[in-house]
Design a protein around this ligand. Structure first.
Ligand SMILES: NC(=O)c1ccc[n+]([C@@H]2O[C@H](COP(=O)([O-])OP(=O)(O)OC[C@H]3O[C@@H](n4cnc5c(N)ncnc54)[C@H](O)[C@@H]3O)[C@@H](O)[C@H]2O)c1
Length: 357
Protein backbone atom coordinates (compact mmCIF):
# COMPACT_ATOMS: atom_id res chain seq x y z
CA UNK A 1 0.00 0.00 0.00
CA UNK A 2 1.36 3.49 -0.83
CA UNK A 3 2.21 5.66 2.21
CA UNK A 4 -0.32 8.45 2.94
CA UNK A 5 0.20 11.83 1.27
CA UNK A 6 1.86 14.79 2.96
CA UNK A 7 -0.57 17.71 3.13
CA UNK A 8 1.00 21.15 2.69
CA UNK A 9 -0.62 24.60 2.72
CA UNK A 10 -0.47 26.06 -0.81
CA UNK A 11 1.49 29.15 0.27
CA UNK A 12 4.11 27.07 2.11
CA UNK A 13 4.42 24.69 -0.84
CA UNK A 14 4.91 27.57 -3.31
CA UNK A 15 7.50 29.21 -1.03
CA UNK A 16 9.36 25.86 -0.70
CA UNK A 17 9.33 25.38 -4.49
CA UNK A 18 10.61 28.93 -4.97
CA UNK A 19 13.47 28.37 -2.48
CA UNK A 20 14.48 25.18 -4.29
CA UNK A 21 14.60 26.98 -7.63
CA UNK A 22 16.57 29.86 -6.15
CA UNK A 23 18.88 27.19 -4.73
CA UNK A 24 19.96 26.26 -8.28
CA UNK A 25 20.47 29.91 -9.25
CA UNK A 26 17.07 30.85 -10.70
CA UNK A 27 16.23 34.54 -10.16
CA UNK A 28 13.57 35.29 -7.55
CA UNK A 29 11.10 36.51 -10.21
CA UNK A 30 11.42 33.41 -12.40
CA UNK A 31 11.45 31.09 -9.38
CA UNK A 32 8.22 32.67 -8.13
CA UNK A 33 6.59 32.27 -11.55
CA UNK A 34 7.54 28.60 -11.89
CA UNK A 35 6.61 27.80 -8.27
CA UNK A 36 3.27 29.61 -8.63
CA UNK A 37 2.43 27.77 -11.86
CA UNK A 38 3.22 24.35 -10.36
CA UNK A 39 1.23 24.92 -7.18
CA UNK A 40 -1.66 26.30 -9.28
CA UNK A 41 -1.75 22.91 -11.04
CA UNK A 42 -1.68 21.07 -7.69
CA UNK A 43 -4.52 23.25 -6.42
CA UNK A 44 -6.59 22.30 -9.48
CA UNK A 45 -5.90 18.62 -8.78
CA UNK A 46 -3.58 18.33 -11.80
CA UNK A 47 -0.81 16.77 -9.69
CA UNK A 48 0.93 15.39 -12.78
CA UNK A 49 1.90 19.00 -13.52
CA UNK A 50 2.44 20.27 -10.01
CA UNK A 51 5.50 20.13 -7.76
CA UNK A 52 6.08 16.55 -8.92
CA UNK A 53 7.87 18.19 -11.89
CA UNK A 54 10.21 20.25 -9.73
CA UNK A 55 12.95 17.65 -9.08
CA UNK A 56 13.26 17.23 -12.86
CA UNK A 57 13.40 20.98 -13.51
CA UNK A 58 16.10 21.34 -10.82
CA UNK A 59 18.17 18.55 -12.37
CA UNK A 60 17.79 20.04 -15.83
CA UNK A 61 19.22 23.33 -14.53
CA UNK A 62 21.95 21.67 -12.45
CA UNK A 63 23.03 19.57 -15.44
CA UNK A 64 22.91 22.62 -17.75
CA UNK A 65 20.32 20.95 -19.98
CA UNK A 66 18.19 24.09 -19.54
CA UNK A 67 19.51 27.68 -19.32
CA UNK A 68 17.76 29.41 -16.41
CA UNK A 69 19.31 32.76 -17.42
CA UNK A 70 17.96 32.82 -20.99
CA UNK A 71 14.93 35.03 -21.68
CA UNK A 72 14.59 34.25 -25.39
CA UNK A 73 14.10 36.80 -28.16
CA UNK A 74 11.54 37.82 -30.76
CA UNK A 75 12.62 36.43 -34.14
CA UNK A 76 9.91 38.18 -36.14
CA UNK A 77 6.63 40.05 -35.69
CA UNK A 78 4.42 40.51 -38.69
CA UNK A 79 0.81 41.67 -38.25
CA UNK A 80 -0.86 39.23 -35.86
CA UNK A 81 1.99 36.71 -36.03
CA UNK A 82 4.99 36.52 -33.74
CA UNK A 83 7.79 33.95 -33.76
CA UNK A 84 9.86 33.56 -30.61
CA UNK A 85 13.14 31.79 -29.91
CA UNK A 86 13.09 30.49 -26.35
CA UNK A 87 16.89 30.00 -26.35
CA UNK A 88 16.46 26.95 -24.10
CA UNK A 89 15.18 29.17 -21.26
CA UNK A 90 12.76 28.04 -18.55
CA UNK A 91 9.47 27.07 -20.24
CA UNK A 92 7.29 29.03 -17.82
CA UNK A 93 9.35 32.15 -18.34
CA UNK A 94 9.09 31.86 -22.15
CA UNK A 95 5.35 31.15 -21.90
CA UNK A 96 4.81 34.22 -19.70
CA UNK A 97 6.53 36.45 -22.28
CA UNK A 98 4.64 34.84 -25.19
CA UNK A 99 1.26 35.22 -23.45
CA UNK A 100 1.96 38.92 -22.92
CA UNK A 101 2.76 39.28 -26.64
CA UNK A 102 -0.40 37.35 -27.56
CA UNK A 103 -2.60 39.62 -25.43
CA UNK A 104 -0.90 42.77 -26.72
CA UNK A 105 -1.20 41.76 -30.37
CA UNK A 106 -4.79 40.46 -30.10
CA UNK A 107 -5.88 43.69 -28.40
CA UNK A 108 -4.43 45.66 -31.30
CA UNK A 109 -5.15 43.33 -34.22
CA UNK A 110 -8.15 41.25 -33.10
CA UNK A 111 -6.18 38.00 -33.06
CA UNK A 112 -2.67 36.81 -32.29
CA UNK A 113 -0.70 33.70 -33.13
CA UNK A 114 2.52 33.54 -31.11
CA UNK A 115 4.73 30.50 -31.59
CA UNK A 116 7.85 29.77 -29.57
CA UNK A 117 10.52 27.24 -30.50
CA UNK A 118 13.54 26.04 -28.50
CA UNK A 119 11.51 26.29 -25.31
CA UNK A 120 11.21 23.99 -22.31
CA UNK A 121 8.40 22.21 -20.46
CA UNK A 122 5.87 24.87 -19.34
CA UNK A 123 3.76 22.70 -17.00
CA UNK A 124 -0.03 22.65 -17.41
CA UNK A 125 -1.25 24.48 -20.51
CA UNK A 126 -4.24 25.86 -18.57
CA UNK A 127 -2.05 28.26 -16.59
CA UNK A 128 -1.12 30.02 -19.85
CA UNK A 129 -4.49 29.89 -21.62
CA UNK A 130 -5.99 31.43 -18.46
CA UNK A 131 -3.51 34.33 -18.70
CA UNK A 132 -5.03 35.10 -22.11
CA UNK A 133 -8.67 34.62 -21.01
CA UNK A 134 -8.03 36.86 -17.99
CA UNK A 135 -7.41 39.65 -20.50
CA UNK A 136 -10.89 39.11 -22.01
CA UNK A 137 -9.70 37.05 -24.98
CA UNK A 138 -10.23 33.43 -25.91
CA UNK A 139 -6.92 31.69 -25.19
CA UNK A 140 -5.83 28.55 -27.02
CA UNK A 141 -2.50 27.00 -26.05
CA UNK A 142 -0.76 23.88 -27.35
CA UNK A 143 2.71 22.41 -27.26
CA UNK A 144 4.56 19.44 -28.60
CA UNK A 145 6.31 17.16 -26.12
CA UNK A 146 8.95 14.43 -26.00
CA UNK A 147 8.05 11.33 -28.01
CA UNK A 148 6.35 8.76 -25.81
CA UNK A 149 3.44 7.94 -28.10
CA UNK A 150 3.33 5.84 -31.27
CA UNK A 151 1.21 7.02 -34.14
CA UNK A 152 -1.93 4.83 -34.23
CA UNK A 153 -1.05 1.27 -35.33
CA UNK A 154 2.66 1.85 -34.64
CA UNK A 155 4.86 0.52 -31.84
CA UNK A 156 7.63 3.09 -31.59
CA UNK A 157 7.29 6.55 -30.04
CA UNK A 158 7.09 9.38 -32.58
CA UNK A 159 4.75 11.91 -30.96
CA UNK A 160 4.35 13.57 -27.59
CA UNK A 161 1.34 13.82 -25.32
CA UNK A 162 0.87 17.17 -27.15
CA UNK A 163 -1.78 18.97 -25.05
CA UNK A 164 -4.55 21.25 -26.32
CA UNK A 165 -6.10 23.84 -24.02
CA UNK A 166 -8.78 26.47 -24.49
CA UNK A 167 -9.83 29.02 -21.85
CA UNK A 168 -12.65 31.56 -22.13
CA UNK A 169 -13.64 34.43 -19.84
CA UNK A 170 -16.23 33.29 -17.30
CA UNK A 171 -19.69 34.66 -16.65
CA UNK A 172 -21.87 33.69 -13.68
CA UNK A 173 -20.95 30.04 -14.23
CA UNK A 174 -17.37 28.90 -13.66
CA UNK A 175 -15.45 29.37 -16.91
CA UNK A 176 -15.36 26.46 -19.34
CA UNK A 177 -11.72 25.37 -19.41
CA UNK A 178 -10.60 22.42 -21.49
CA UNK A 179 -7.03 21.28 -20.87
CA UNK A 180 -6.19 17.83 -22.19
CA UNK A 181 -3.35 15.70 -23.42
CA UNK A 182 -3.94 14.07 -26.80
CA UNK A 183 -3.21 10.75 -25.11
CA UNK A 184 -5.76 9.09 -22.80
CA UNK A 185 -3.96 10.89 -19.94
CA UNK A 186 -0.83 12.97 -19.43
CA UNK A 187 2.40 10.95 -18.94
CA UNK A 188 2.82 12.57 -15.53
CA UNK A 189 -0.15 10.55 -14.22
CA UNK A 190 1.80 7.36 -14.87
CA UNK A 191 4.93 8.85 -13.26
CA UNK A 192 2.76 9.84 -10.30
CA UNK A 193 1.53 6.26 -9.93
CA UNK A 194 5.07 4.89 -10.16
CA UNK A 195 6.83 7.35 -7.85
CA UNK A 196 4.13 7.04 -5.19
CA UNK A 197 3.99 3.23 -5.21
CA UNK A 198 0.58 2.66 -6.81
CA UNK A 199 0.47 -0.97 -8.03
CA UNK A 200 -1.71 -0.37 -11.11
CA UNK A 201 -2.84 2.23 -13.59
CA UNK A 202 -6.28 2.12 -15.26
CA UNK A 203 -6.67 0.14 -18.48
CA UNK A 204 -6.44 2.28 -21.61
CA UNK A 205 -3.65 4.58 -20.42
CA UNK A 206 -0.61 2.82 -21.82
CA UNK A 207 0.97 -0.05 -23.76
CA UNK A 208 4.15 -2.05 -23.41
CA UNK A 209 6.95 -1.58 -25.94
CA UNK A 210 5.24 -4.01 -28.34
CA UNK A 211 2.04 -1.95 -28.32
CA UNK A 212 0.13 -4.39 -26.06
CA UNK A 213 -2.08 -2.62 -23.47
CA UNK A 214 -0.75 -2.74 -19.88
CA UNK A 215 -1.88 -1.64 -16.42
CA UNK A 216 1.57 -2.02 -14.82
CA UNK A 217 3.12 1.45 -14.19
CA UNK A 218 6.71 0.19 -14.63
CA UNK A 219 5.94 -1.53 -17.96
CA UNK A 220 4.00 1.55 -19.08
CA UNK A 221 6.93 3.85 -18.33
CA UNK A 222 9.25 1.67 -20.39
CA UNK A 223 6.57 1.37 -23.07
CA UNK A 224 4.20 3.73 -24.85
CA UNK A 225 1.29 6.02 -24.10
CA UNK A 226 -2.09 5.37 -25.69
CA UNK A 227 -3.31 7.97 -28.22
CA UNK A 228 -6.64 9.50 -27.17
CA UNK A 229 -9.49 7.72 -28.95
CA UNK A 230 -7.28 5.76 -31.35
CA UNK A 231 -6.38 7.35 -34.67
CA UNK A 232 -8.27 10.55 -33.77
CA UNK A 233 -5.77 11.22 -30.95
CA UNK A 234 -2.91 10.61 -33.34
CA UNK A 235 -4.51 13.12 -35.71
CA UNK A 236 -4.87 15.74 -32.96
CA UNK A 237 -1.27 15.17 -31.82
CA UNK A 238 -0.12 15.71 -35.42
CA UNK A 239 -2.20 18.89 -35.58
CA UNK A 240 -0.38 20.18 -32.49
CA UNK A 241 2.99 19.09 -33.88
CA UNK A 242 2.27 21.02 -37.10
CA UNK A 243 0.99 24.21 -35.44
CA UNK A 244 3.82 24.24 -32.91
CA UNK A 245 6.92 22.62 -34.37
CA UNK A 246 6.54 22.53 -38.15
CA UNK A 247 5.26 26.10 -38.28
CA UNK A 248 7.91 27.51 -35.93
CA UNK A 249 10.87 25.77 -37.58
CA UNK A 250 11.44 24.03 -34.23
CA UNK A 251 12.36 20.46 -33.25
CA UNK A 252 9.88 17.79 -34.35
CA UNK A 253 8.99 14.29 -33.18
CA UNK A 254 12.11 12.35 -32.08
CA UNK A 255 14.33 15.47 -32.32
CA UNK A 256 12.95 16.53 -28.94
CA UNK A 257 14.61 15.78 -25.64
CA UNK A 258 12.51 15.35 -22.51
CA UNK A 259 12.40 16.61 -18.95
CA UNK A 260 13.46 13.20 -17.68
CA UNK A 261 16.31 12.71 -20.20
CA UNK A 262 19.74 14.06 -19.32
CA UNK A 263 22.30 15.58 -21.66
CA UNK A 264 19.85 16.77 -24.29
CA UNK A 265 17.86 20.03 -24.44
CA UNK A 266 14.08 19.56 -24.51
CA UNK A 267 13.50 21.86 -27.53
CA UNK A 268 9.69 21.95 -27.39
CA UNK A 269 7.60 24.43 -29.37
CA UNK A 270 4.49 26.13 -28.01
CA UNK A 271 1.61 27.99 -29.66
CA UNK A 272 -0.34 30.76 -27.92
CA UNK A 273 -3.46 31.90 -29.79
CA UNK A 274 -5.56 34.83 -28.62
CA UNK A 275 -8.92 35.88 -30.09
CA UNK A 276 -10.31 39.28 -29.09
CA UNK A 277 -13.97 38.56 -28.31
CA UNK A 278 -14.89 42.23 -28.52
CA UNK A 279 -14.21 42.18 -32.27
CA UNK A 280 -17.17 39.80 -32.62
CA UNK A 281 -19.62 40.80 -29.91
CA UNK A 282 -19.58 42.63 -26.55
CA UNK A 283 -17.65 40.58 -23.98
CA UNK A 284 -20.60 40.65 -21.52
CA UNK A 285 -22.85 39.17 -24.21
CA UNK A 286 -20.26 36.45 -24.86
CA UNK A 287 -20.12 35.68 -21.13
CA UNK A 288 -23.94 35.45 -20.94
CA UNK A 289 -24.04 33.19 -24.00
CA UNK A 290 -21.36 30.95 -22.44
CA UNK A 291 -23.47 30.74 -19.27
CA UNK A 292 -26.45 29.71 -21.40
CA UNK A 293 -24.49 27.01 -23.21
CA UNK A 294 -23.01 25.62 -20.00
CA UNK A 295 -26.43 25.56 -18.30
CA UNK A 296 -27.89 23.75 -21.29
CA UNK A 297 -25.18 21.08 -21.00
CA UNK A 298 -25.65 20.72 -17.26
CA UNK A 299 -29.41 20.42 -17.60
CA UNK A 300 -28.90 17.17 -19.55
CA UNK A 301 -30.38 14.25 -17.59
CA UNK A 302 -27.46 12.15 -16.28
CA UNK A 303 -26.88 8.71 -17.75
CA UNK A 304 -27.15 5.56 -15.62
CA UNK A 305 -24.35 5.50 -13.06
CA UNK A 306 -23.90 9.31 -12.96
CA UNK A 307 -25.51 11.92 -10.74
CA UNK A 308 -24.85 14.99 -12.91
CA UNK A 309 -23.37 16.28 -16.15
CA UNK A 310 -20.14 18.27 -15.93
CA UNK A 311 -18.37 20.50 -18.42
CA UNK A 312 -14.63 20.90 -18.92
CA UNK A 313 -13.02 22.67 -16.00
CA UNK A 314 -15.65 21.61 -13.42
CA UNK A 315 -13.58 18.88 -11.71
CA UNK A 316 -10.62 21.25 -11.35
CA UNK A 317 -12.63 24.27 -10.08
CA UNK A 318 -14.17 22.04 -7.42
CA UNK A 319 -10.82 20.58 -6.44
CA UNK A 320 -9.29 24.04 -6.21
CA UNK A 321 -12.01 25.22 -3.85
CA UNK A 322 -11.41 22.17 -1.66
CA UNK A 323 -7.59 22.32 -1.66
CA UNK A 324 -7.47 26.04 -0.92
CA UNK A 325 -9.18 25.11 2.34
CA UNK A 326 -7.62 21.76 3.18
CA UNK A 327 -4.14 22.05 1.65
CA UNK A 328 -2.35 20.24 -1.19
CA UNK A 329 -1.79 16.49 -0.77
CA UNK A 330 1.68 15.64 -2.09
CA UNK A 331 2.45 11.97 -2.76
CA UNK A 332 5.12 10.49 -0.45
CA UNK A 333 7.46 9.67 -3.34
CA UNK A 334 7.24 13.22 -4.64
CA UNK A 335 7.72 14.62 -1.13
CA UNK A 336 10.84 12.49 -0.59
CA UNK A 337 12.26 13.69 -3.93
CA UNK A 338 11.63 17.33 -2.96
CA UNK A 339 13.20 16.84 0.49
CA UNK A 340 16.24 15.13 -1.07
CA UNK A 341 16.68 18.11 -3.39
CA UNK A 342 16.32 20.44 -0.39
CA UNK A 343 19.08 18.53 1.49
CA UNK A 344 21.36 18.64 -1.52
CA UNK A 345 20.81 22.38 -2.04
CA UNK A 346 20.83 23.36 1.64
CA UNK A 347 17.25 24.61 1.47
CA UNK A 348 14.80 24.41 4.37
CA UNK A 349 11.75 22.19 3.82
CA UNK A 350 8.46 23.18 5.48
CA UNK A 351 7.89 21.39 8.78
CA UNK A 352 4.99 18.97 8.38
CA UNK A 353 3.41 17.37 11.44
CA UNK A 354 4.26 13.64 11.60
CA UNK A 355 6.63 13.75 8.60
CA UNK A 356 9.86 11.81 8.90
CA UNK A 357 11.18 12.40 5.35
N1 LIG B 1 3.52 20.53 -20.91
C1 LIG B 1 3.34 19.38 -21.50
O1 LIG B 1 4.20 18.92 -22.22
C2 LIG B 1 2.07 18.60 -21.29
C3 LIG B 1 1.85 17.46 -22.06
C4 LIG B 1 0.67 16.75 -21.85
C5 LIG B 1 -0.26 17.17 -20.91
N2 LIG B 1 0.00 18.28 -20.19
C6 LIG B 1 -0.95 18.73 -19.15
O2 LIG B 1 -1.45 17.60 -18.45
C7 LIG B 1 -2.62 18.00 -17.76
C8 LIG B 1 -3.56 16.84 -17.64
O3 LIG B 1 -4.04 16.40 -18.91
P1 LIG B 1 -5.05 15.15 -19.01
O4 LIG B 1 -5.43 14.95 -20.43
O5 LIG B 1 -4.47 14.01 -18.26
O6 LIG B 1 -6.30 15.75 -18.19
P2 LIG B 1 -7.67 15.06 -17.75
O7 LIG B 1 -7.94 13.85 -18.56
O8 LIG B 1 -7.67 14.93 -16.28
O9 LIG B 1 -8.76 16.19 -18.12
C9 LIG B 1 -8.92 16.64 -19.44
C10 LIG B 1 -10.08 17.62 -19.52
O10 LIG B 1 -11.30 16.92 -19.31
C11 LIG B 1 -12.13 17.64 -18.42
N3 LIG B 1 -12.97 16.68 -17.69
C12 LIG B 1 -12.58 15.76 -16.78
N4 LIG B 1 -13.62 15.06 -16.33
C13 LIG B 1 -14.71 15.54 -16.98
C14 LIG B 1 -16.09 15.21 -16.96
N5 LIG B 1 -16.58 14.23 -16.18
N6 LIG B 1 -16.94 15.91 -17.74
C15 LIG B 1 -16.47 16.90 -18.54
N7 LIG B 1 -15.16 17.25 -18.62
C16 LIG B 1 -14.30 16.57 -17.85
C17 LIG B 1 -11.19 18.36 -17.50
O11 LIG B 1 -11.82 19.50 -16.94
C18 LIG B 1 -10.06 18.73 -18.47
O12 LIG B 1 -10.34 19.95 -19.10
C19 LIG B 1 -3.12 19.22 -18.53
O13 LIG B 1 -2.95 20.33 -17.67
C20 LIG B 1 -2.19 19.37 -19.71
O14 LIG B 1 -1.91 20.70 -20.12
C21 LIG B 1 1.13 19.00 -20.36
Amino acid sequence: MPEPDVVVAPGALAAFAQRLLEGVGVTAAKAQLVAGSLVAANLRGVDSHGVQLLPYYLEQIEWSDMDARADGRVISENGACLLYDGQNGIGQSIAEICCAHAVRIASAQGMAAVVARESNHFGAAAFWAQKISAAGHIGIVMCNASSLVPPWQGKQPRLGTNPICMAVPGGEEKPWLLDMATTTVAAGKIFKAKINGQPQIPAGWAMDSEGVPTTDPETALKGLLMPLGGYKGSGLAMMVEILCAVLSGGAMSTELGGIRFRGKPVRVSQMFLAIDIARFLPVDEFRARMDGLIRQMKATPPAVGYSEVLVAGDPEWRMEEERRQSGVPVGRGTWHALCEAADRLGVAAPVIAGDTA
